[in-house]
Design a protein around this ligand. Structure first.
Ligand code: PHE
Length: 458
């Protein structure tokens, strides 16, 4: 008990041990089902290349600056998101509300994310058998349909995922997260390249490439832009405390803007690879690009069908996707766990199991949203869709606005400069004016306008 509570003091905080470890773990948080599952399906439902262009702009103008700011605040405070905002803001000002919103977002994201991860885990086993080896849309759709409409299977896979997360988390920050992500991320890159090449060789692949790279801006509406901005938040794990919490484990000599830039580029690259793996196959085999959340699961088996060693590759694909989802989930869970551990002085293990138990309950509504609870709707959506919509399109962007306003108007340029340059040790001054101005004006205003327009407020 005493041992564990020591983590609460800054001096003995667990942290990332090497510069590469920092990059790998941050990347491990960013790269996940957002790239492999969400990015392709949203690109598919929102018209393809036009959405991609808006998404890239959102990543640059909003995602990158917010990520830099968020990591910076975490590293400066060396504490969980709540304590960080509390200690960094002037007495009496309620900026800690950003973190409270973040902890809530973390729970809601985990509730549906753990279910998508559950589908991936189930597919690892399906891929090991032979039932998936087909390129017939009807068969792949029915395999997926059977899985999500079976309440017991959906629930058990989700709980299995949660228990697994608990076990990994209890190994601690540096040992658990760093070790797993460092080893397996490069493999995922390589495998996605293989899948992409294979997909490009399919007859009719060019239609898929056109869909992904030839923009048709007529499909861009306010709601589509908000979805793209929301995806940028989700993909980069920002606006809800994850990057702040991870920032608190950063070393003082880490170059924050350089790390954020690398993470952003790599994250975009993985998303593109996933798009290139999926869309040619969608058109080659007659799937619908706008199939929605099922897109990954119904298309990928077709890509591997009739491919040399396709069976092995498909198995590896789902294993590595499962690993990528774990890196992301660990980082989401770290937000409430670090808070309960440090602020409420709860043992790390108690905090972990308490969060997971709560999630087993709330998440169950998402797991059952295609079966027993399909009729249970709030604002016309199942909890799966509602939690996804609320977090990406409302809560994380709001958190982002809060972070921009805090850094740009309260924390101030001088402190920002100190963190940007590691107290003058790095030559990042050239970035100072640009990034600070974007944070102060451009990002918050952009997010606000996009939110109001996307939610039809005007
Ligand atoms: N960025 C992760 C992904 O793309 C998801 C995530 C969201 C992680 C929010 C942490 C915080 O899968």
């Amino acid at each position: 008990m005493k041992e564990e509570n020591k983590a609460a003091s800054a001096a003995s905080r667990d942290g990332f041990t090497s510069s590469f470890g920092v990059l790998a773990a941050t990347l491990g948080s960013a790269v996940g089902l957002g790239n492999i599952w969400k990015f392709p399906y949203l690109t598919g439902t929102n018209g393809g290349a036009g959405f991609l262009v808006v998404y890239v702009l959102a990543t640059l103008l909003v995602g990158l600056p917010v990520m830099i700011a968020e990591i910076m605040l975490g590293r400066k405070a060396k504490a969980n998101a709540y304590t960080a905002m509390k200690t960094l803001s002037p007495a009496g000002q309620p900026w800690w509300l950003i973190s409270v919103l973040g902890v809530l977002s973390a729970f809601l994201i985990m509730a549906f994310y753990s279910e998508v991860a559950a589908w991936v885990f189930a597919y690892v086993f399906k891929a090991a058998g032979s039932g998936l080896l087909t390129s017939d849309p009807k068969v792949t759709e029915s395999v997926f349909g059977q899985l999500i409409s079976n309440p017991l299977q959906s629930l058990l896979w989700q709980w299995l995922v949660l228990v697994l997360m608990g076990c990994i988390l209890l190994l601690g920050v540096s040992k658990g997260i760093e070790a797993a992500t460092k080893k397996l991320m490069p493999l995922l890159f390589v495998l996605l390249v293989v899948v992409g090449v294979r997909s490009l060789m399919l007859p009719g692949a060019s239609e898929g490439l056109k869909f992904l790279f030839q923009p048709d801006f007529s499909k861009i509406t306010g709601a589509v832009v908000l979805t793209a901005v929301g995806l940028a938040f989700f993909k980069l794990s920002i606006g809800m405390g994850t990057m702040m919490t991870y920032g608190s484990y950063f070393r003082d000599d880490q170059n924050i803007p350089a790390t954020a830039f690398r993470v952003m580029c790599a994250d975009l690259f993985v998303s593109m690879l996933a798009g290139i793996a999926i869309f040619p196959a969608v058109f080659a085999f007659g799937f619908k690009p706008a199939a929605g959340p099922s897109l990954l699961f119904i298309t990928i088996p077709a890509v591997f069908h009739n491919m040399l060693f396709g069976h092995v590759f498909m198995f590896a694909f789902f294993v590595l996707t499962a690993v990528a989802s774990m890196g992301a989930m660990l980082s989401i869970l770290e937000v409430p766990i670090a808070l309960m551990n440090e602020h409420f002085k709860m043992k790390r293990s108690t905090a972990t199991w308490l969060s997971l138990a709560l999630l087993a309950l709330v998440g169950a509504t998402c797991a059952l949203s295609n079966s027993s609870m399909a009729g249970f709707k709030l604002f016309g959506m199942t909890t799966f869709d509602l939690f996804d919509f609320m977090t990406s399109n409302i809560m994380m962007p709001l958190g982002g606005i809060g972070l921009c306003l805090f850094v740009g108007w309260v924390w101030g340029k001088q402190r920002f400069e100190q963190e940007l340059t590691n107290h003058g040790r790095l030559r990042n001054q050239g970035l100072l004016d640009a990034v600070f101005t974007v944070l102060r004006w451009v990002s918050p205003l952009l997010i606000l306008i996009v939110m109001l327009k996307g939610l039809h407020v005007f």
